[in-house]
Write a protein that binds this ligand. Structure first.
Ligand code: ADP
Ligand code: MG
Length: 700
């Protein structure tokens, strides 16, 4: 086997030189190396030293001799390709090679740039390659072509990169062209468009933009401040974001159209940080904006309608409240009219009797005058109560002593509910204060009382009770209250009671089981509304045939005390209690009758005695006596002596004296001790009421 060093022209020719030296050329048209012409050897020596891939194709068959650089292009076919005929070595491009050989051997040259070919050089796998090819004839000693030299430069990698870049560029362009938003780039201090996508052009009415400055392309925006914004972005390097920004743009038909844009001006920086351009990107949000404005307008009208509706409703509710108040007043009217008639009867009766007495020449008028006066006084009192009740007050909460309010109402209730209903008040001592609107609370109690009356057509018992109460966490949570201290006001009747179904609906406005024209179904809803508004709660406990208790819980008020009101005090002074028994001792029967009637009128149980002896008999007897009301000057025994004897038998018995003499006269006579309770005759029923009440309440 020959080696490359055996042939000087092959020395330094690399791997290819070794292959040439060891190849069996004798069996090829080229013949053994020893016989190769000088030109052939010179050519081989040249290509072997070239870094450029070169293959030489010799003779009509194109016997291939190539250099090391070409081995890479031969791929898996190297080294078998060496010395083979070109059309057999590259069967997939045989026709192409035939053409090369024909032209080359005819003395022509060929050059290809970026030629794409599919080769199977690596294990039969198709491979897309790009080549730059240069073919030129190799001349023999006589100047005729004997072969072809091919310089083969594979540029597949570069082409691939270029293709990828092209595809990317194409993608970007499509994106740019088809983006729904508008995109543009402006450069330089005068903001010259370097690109603008179709959406941008559509926005600007199809105008040409690229190459023009913003001011040239869109002259109408100069005055609208957009160029100023672009200047600012360029100067500060801070992007500008515009939202729902109005802009007037010239349309193709020459009109200005207002559009609303969401957009950003984004400064673009070069690697050295300088700002080279401004990127503009955004959306035309005119339609959304208009929809939103329309929606907002709709909302506003809706809101207005709701306000109007609520207003209308509150008016209706106000009217209903008014109607209900009228109803409550109406419920009262019957009782009041009856009362009034009674008083008028007393007055006119007394006047008639006076007239007859005078006609007969009699002069004992006093009793009748007193009776008439008393009737008139009672009528006046009642009118006052009515005026107080019907006053129309807005909700005005104030510190309130519930006991006092209830006490002040019981006269009104007694008169209203009628004689067949026995009213009892059980007012707790040391009751806490609340803060509530007194008129409303009165109204609530009145409503409950009227309901109780309706539930007791045959009469019965109405109990109004007050109590301090503690609302625990569980109760508070159930009824959405704050836990803690409350004042409980309970109104109980011995009436028909309610079924669970009626209890469940009783607070509903307009729920009534009473016939048309009798019930409005507003009473309890008013009570409920007022109590809840005052931070409290109201509960019904009822059973058919058992009766009903309605409990009102009002939160304890810790602040300042109730402003003492003169009127309720005066009213309270009149309140009697059937369980309080007064023994009236008076020798003058007319005066006694007046006193007895007055006290009964005030609600007390009265026992009368015409003399001290009769009085002592009562004291000895089984009856309770709470208070002794006695004349001072009597024939058998002075009032003072009577009182002393009575108090021995009934220690703690309270005593109220009355006399026609002045206080000084009596006390100076030693008949009474200073500080004793004394009511001077003549007294008004008010004076009597106040004095008795003060004494019973231990105030004097
Ligand atoms: P109205 O008294 O106009 O019917 P309310 O709201 O005051 O309306 O009462 C609603 C209903 O609750 C009454 O119709 C009645 O059925 C029932 N109710 C209220 N209080 C009592 C009560 N004390 N006893 C029995 N039923 C009552
Ligand atoms: Mg009612």
């Amino acid at each position: 086997m020959q080696q490359s060093k055996d042939y000087p022209f092959l020395s330094g020719g690399g791997e290819a030189a070794s292959i040439i030296a060891g190849f069996g050329w004798a069996s090829t048209p080229l013949g053994p190396i020893e016989g190769w012409p000088g030109g052939l050897k010179t050519t081989i020596a040249l290509i072997l030293r070239s870094p450029v891939p070169i293959v030489t194709l010799w003779g009509t068959d194109g016997i291939m001799i190539y250099n090391d650089a070409y081995s890479a292009i031969a791929g898996g076919r190297h080294p078998a390709l060496f010395g083979s005929k070109v059309r057999e070595g590259w069967p997939e491009v045989a026709d192409f090679k035939d053409n090369i050989m024909a032209i080359g051997l005819a003395g022509g040259t060929l050059a290809y740039r970026d030629l794409p070919l599919t080769l199977y050089r690596n294990g039969g796998k198709p491979e897309r390659v790009w080549l730059n090819l240069d073919y030129s004839p190799l001349l023999g000693d006589d100047g005729t072509p004997v072969g072809v030299m091919a310089i083969v430069v594979e540029i597949t990698d570069r082409i691939r990169v270029e293709r990828a870049l092209d595809a990317e560029r194409e993608g970007l362009k499509r994106m740019f062209d088809q983006a729904p938003g508008f995109i543009a780039m402006v450069e330089g201090p005068d903001h010259r468009f370097t690109m603008a996508n179709p959406a941008y052009r559509t926005l600007s009415g199809g105008r040409l933009l690229v190459g023009l400055t913003v001011a040239e392309a869109l002259p109408e925006v100069v005055e609208q401040g957009f160029i100023g914004l672009l200047d600012e972005v360029r100067d500060t390097g801070e992007p500008h974001v515009g939202e729902r920004t109005p802009i007037n743009l010239l349309q193709e038909d020459g009109t200005l159209e207002k559009r609303y844009l969401d957009f950003v001006y984004q400064p673009i920086r070069a690697d050295d940080g300088t700002i080279t351009a401004t990127f503009i990107q955004g959306h035309d949000v005119t339609e959304q904006h208009q929809t939103e404005v329309a929606l907002q307008a709709l909302n506003n009208t809706l809101e207005q309608r709701v306000i109007a509706e609520v207003y209308a409703r509150s008016k209706v509710e106000e009217q209903l409240r008014q109607i209900h108040k009228m109803e409550a007043v109406g419920q009262l009217t019957g009782g009041i009219a009856h009362d009034f008639n009674n008083m008028l009867a007393v007055i006119s009766g007394a006047l008639n009797l006076l007239k007859r007495k005078r006609a007969r020449g009699e002069t004992d008028f006093d009793r009748f005058i007193d009776a008439a006066l008393e009737g008139a006084q009672r009528a006046a009192t009642l009118t006052q109560r009515l005026l107080a009740f019907s006053r129309q007050q807005p909700l005005a909460p104030e510190p309130l002593v519930v006991n006092r309010l209830v006490a002040s109402m019981s006269e009104l209730l007694t008169r209203t509910l009628g004689e067949h209903i026995n009213i009892e008040t059980v007012l707790a001592a040391g009751l806490w204060q609340v803060r509530a609107d007194p008129a409303q609370l009165e109204n609530a109690v009145l409503n409950l009382a009227v309901n109780a009356r309706d539930a007791m057509p045959e009469g019965g018992r109405l109990t109004i009770e007050t109590q301090n109460a503690f609302v625990d966490e569980a109760f508070a949570a159930e009824f959405a209250l704050a836990s803690g201290q409350y004042v409980l006001l309970a109104v109980t009747d011995s009436g028909s009671g309610m079924t669970p179904e009626v209890i469940a609906r009783a607070f509903d406005p307009f729920f009534t089981t009473k016939g048309v024209g009798r019930g409005t179904g507003l009473g309890l809803s008013q009570v409920y509304g007022f109590v809840r508004q005052s931070g409290g709660h109201v509960k019904i406990q009822s059973g058919i045939g058992v009766g009903t208790t309605v409990r009102i819980y009002l939160p304890r008020h810790h602040g300042e005390s109730e402003v003492p009101a003169a009127k309720p005090l005066a009213a309270a002074a009149r309140q009697g209690n059937n369980s309080e028994v007064i023994l009236v001792v008076e020798d003058d029967s007319r005066v006694r009758t007046l006193s007895v009637e007055s006290l009964r009128e005030l609600g007390y149980t009265v026992i009368e005695a015409g003399s001290p002896r009769a009085a002592l008999a009562v004291v000895d007897g089984p009856e309770t006596v709470t208070l002794l009301f006695t004349d001072v000057v009597m024939p058998e025994m002075s009032g003072r002596e009577l009182a002393d004897l009575a108090q021995v038998k009934r220690p703690g018995l309270k005593v109220l004296y009355t006399t026609g003499y002045t206080r000084n006269a009596i006390v100076h006579n030693g008949m009474l001790d200073p500080g004793t309770s004394l009511l001077a005759k003549p007294f008004s029923i008010e004076e009597l009421a106040r004095k008795v009440r003060q004494l019973l309440d231990g105030a004097v």
